[in-house]
Design a protein around this ligand. Structure first.
Ligand code: NAD
Length: 302
């Protein structure tokens, strides 16, 4: 089966052009791919047209001549619906299926099985890097599926991302994303607690940063998402906690991890408590803030 690249005039169908899918579609068009996009919210398609993306009127119109279908949808529910109602048994079987949504492991594995039964090659390829990474074309793709399928998609993923990591068989991209974000979610709680204690003891925020960043407390929650406003440039906290990576998306990913832990009988000790804190913050109306705003959990009026 041919690789999907611009030299063969390949067409990519992008299904779901929200915060992530829209800039990904724009980057694909900028790289020279034919891009057919569809979203159930029609208003999300029109702004893409001036970037060379074709706005389609239905799932079918987007996928019928596609060499690859890229889904970028909210959750496993929508991905299952789109796969079962619009893709499987409708798209040509030589169309490569790539799901970049963040979805639960069980659904991802079941979609791989359904796709294989229908004769389709599929990879799960969830991303990290957020909307900034999607806009700048610097996403990291975590890929599950056969190496040969990943090879076919490589030049497409390179048009949207800076790094692609093959994580194993179908579903392992989702497993990698889930485990990584579980670690980040717990990290942020620990960084927030370290800073709270520092403030009460009189240790300066800058000093704690200088020490922790150069010793064993170092982590992405400290350096890339530091929760203290104006301590570091370019952190969400330094722009009033505008995401970044929203509390609601972190909560979604923590729940996916808890769900997988329950299905695999994995004992997780800290993750449930961390998830409760993100839930509490979201319930208090702060779900759209960056997840680092959890630092303020006890200051905000509940
Ligand atoms: P979003 O809600 O902005 O976009 C999803 C889009 O899918 C919406 O425009 C919606 O109208 C469309 N849609 C829903 N059902 C559909 C259907 N049946 N057919 C066609 N279109 C449909 O979400 P997003 O922020 O773009 O995130 C997409 C995925 O990427 C999610 O799984 C999310 O967890 C993951 N993700 C997001 C970020 C981020 O920072 N936003 C980072 C990493 C991963």
């Amino acid at each position: 089966m041919n690789n999907i690249d611009t030299s063969t005039n390949s067409t990519i169908a992008v299904i779901g052009t929200g915060n992530m899918g829209a800039p990904m579609a724009i980057n694909l068009a900028a790289a020279g791919f034919n891009v057919n996009a569809f979203d159930i919210e029609k208003g999300k398609l029109q702004p893409l047209v001036e970037h060379g993306v074709t706005a389609c009127h239905s799932h079918m119109e987007a996928i019928e001549r596609a060499d690859m279908i890229l889904t970028m949808l909210p959750s496993g529910v929508e991905v299952t619906d789109v796969f079962c109602q619009h893709i499987l048994n409708r798209a040509h079987t030589d169309t490569l299926l790539v799901d970049s949504s963040t979805i639960d492991l069980k659904t991802a594995q079941s979609l791989h099985r359904e796709a294989a039964l229908g004769g389709y090659a599929m990879i799960d390829a969830p991303v990290s890097g957020g909307t900034a990474g999607a806009e700048s074309g610097n996403l990291t793709f975590m890929v599950g599926g056969e190496a040969a399928s990943l090879d076919r998609a490589t030049s497409v993923l390179e048009a949207m991302g800076a790094k692609t990591i093959h994580c194993g068989e179908g579903g392992m991209g989702q497993a990698a994303k889930m485990c990584n974000n579980l670690m980040l979610g717990i990290q942020m709680i620990s960084v927030a607690e370290g800073y709270r204690l520092a403030q009460k003891t009189g240790l300066s925020e800058q000093t704690l940063y200088d020490v922790a960043a150069n010793s064993s407390g170092n982590c992405a929650a400290l350096t890339a998402f530091n929760p203290i406003p104006n301590l570091l440039p370019n952190t969400p906290s330094s722009r009033d906690y505008q995401p970044g990576f929203s509390n609601n998306l972190m909560l979604k990913d923590m729940k996916l991890a808890l769900n997988a832990a329950s299905q695999t009988e994995t004992p997780l000790d800290i993750a449930p408590a961390a998830t409760n804190l993100y839930q509490k913050f979201s319930d208090a109306g702060f779900g759209e803030l960056d997840f680092s705003a959890i630092f303020n959990l006890h200051e905000k009026k509940q």
